[in-house]
Design a protein around this ligand. Structure first.
Ligand code: SF4
Ligand code: SF4
Length: 136
């Protein structure tokens, strides 16, 4: 099984169509919407995580593109330098997805990559700059 994140840009005319649900029913993909900005009669943006067999992911992307949806793989990652973190907690308030969280046993700030939606709010919030965005 593969897991990728993609940024989708929907043309105005596709906004009301149930495109995403077909990724599940027709392509056997698990889709997880990480971020979305979709308004009626406007171009829509979405960050989507797709999980499934490599061929199904490729076919699902082709299916999206057949509707004029632009699909850009997310090549950036968040690097959390845990050894430099002082667990001050300043980043926790800006992390809406709770990818950064306080471990209540050790009282250390931890990072769950699977929950991160790459909004980058924590990068600016950290006074020690221990969180960075890296690119492939
Ligand atoms: S980029 Fe930072 S603030 Fe945004 S979801 Fe990821 S860990 Fe949380
Ligand atoms: S703001 Fe920076 S130093 Fe403070 S807990 Fe978050 S990552 Fe660690």
């Amino acid at each position: 099984m593969e897991k990728i994140k993609v940024i989708l840009t929907f043309p105005k005319e596709t906004i009301n169509k149930p495109i995403i649900c077909h990724l599940n029913t027709d392509y056997h993909l698990i889709s997880n919407i990480l971020r979305a900005n979709v308004m009626p009669r406007e171009v829509g943006k979405m960050v989507l995580e797709l999980e499934g067999e490599e061929k199904d992911i490729k076919d699902g992307i082709k299916y999206l593109e057949s509707f004029g949806v632009e699909v850009i793989p997310v090549s950036k990652e968040l690097r959390f330098k845990e050894e430099e973190c002082i667990s001050c907690g300043a980043c926790l308030a800006v992390c809406a997805s709770q990818a950064l969280f306080m471990d209540l046993e050790s009282f250390e700030v931890k990072f769950d990559r699977d929950l991160c939606i790459l909004c980058e709010h924590c990068v600016k919030a950290c006074p020690l700059r221990v969180i960075e965005v890296t690119f492939d």
